[in-house]
Design a protein around this ligand. Structure first.
Ligand code: DC
Length: 222
């Protein structure tokens, strides 16, 4: 079996950017599974399907599921023939993704797709249920986290640079709401598995986190 790295963690822990750099350094692909839930949530919003209607959302999975492709090593995510990579980072889609991801009928299809992708090539897969569900036999299992305040601060700075008007308090409140939804849902709630190595980045710089994870991978694969 080729190398697979599973990385879970809450909103704003920096998973995506850390995963990008770690994967690049290791010469493997990075699969951002959050983008798949986001693409599906975007489609549900487009179609006007109520996010409370589990049966309708499950029916929608039969109509369209996200597709992932790589262009110059970077993930592009599409659904129903439309590339939505640039459309799924809004606060509305973030919250909708968290909501649709509560449902077993939605999760099962996503997990199957993710397992198929990771079986094809060495990958670092990031998300919420990767260690427990998607890649239970991953070569390395990581749980990347930081305090809610620090995660909100980073997210707020990033949004601010892009010109978003949200205040720090709004970002913190949104983040806590999404944490609560992701950690307390019935199906595969977000939590570190016993065999995952916890990386708390509250007091670490981005570069330190990347280096620390690369050192863990090296040790595990030596
Ligand atoms: O990582 P992200 O913020 O892009 O993910 C968006 C939402 O998708 C997140 O709030 C919960 C859900 N998600 C999930 O349930 N399981 C995953 N493996 C990835 C994301």
């Amino acid at each position: 079996m080729h190398m697979t790295i599973a990385m879970d963690g809450p909103v704003g822990a920096g998973k995506s950017s850390v995963a990008d750099d770690v994967a690049k350094a290791l010469g493997i692909l990075h699969l951002d599974t959050g983008a798949m839930y986001r693409a599906f949530a975007w489609y549900a919003l487009e179609k006007g399907v109520s996010l409370d209607d589990e049966a309708a959302l499950e029916a929608l999975t039969k109509e369209a599921m996200p597709e992932v492709a790589y262009v110059d090593g970077a993930q592009r995510t599409s659904i129903a023939g439309q590339d939505v990579t640039g459309l799924i980072r809004t606060p509305e889609v973030s919250m909708a993704a968290s909501t649709v991801s509560k449902y077993l009928g939605v999760r099962q299809g996503m997990v199957a797709l993710q397992q198929k992708l990771a079986a094809q090539t060495p990958m670092l897969v990031d998300g919420r249920d990767i260690c427990i569900r998607v890649l239970p036999n991953a070569t390395v299992k990581l749980f990347l986290t930081a305090s809610a305040e620090e995660r909100a601060r980073r997210r707020w700075l990033e949004m601010n640079q892009k010109g978003a008007p949200d205040t720090y308090e709004q970002v913190l409140e949104d983040l806590k709401k999404r944490d609560d939804q992701d950690m307390n849902r019935q199906v595969d709630p977000l939590r570190p598995t016993e065999d995952a190595i916890i990386v708390d980045s509250t007091e670490m710089s981005f570069e330190q986190v990347v280096e620390h994870i690369l050192a863990i991978v090296e040790e595990k694969t030596a």
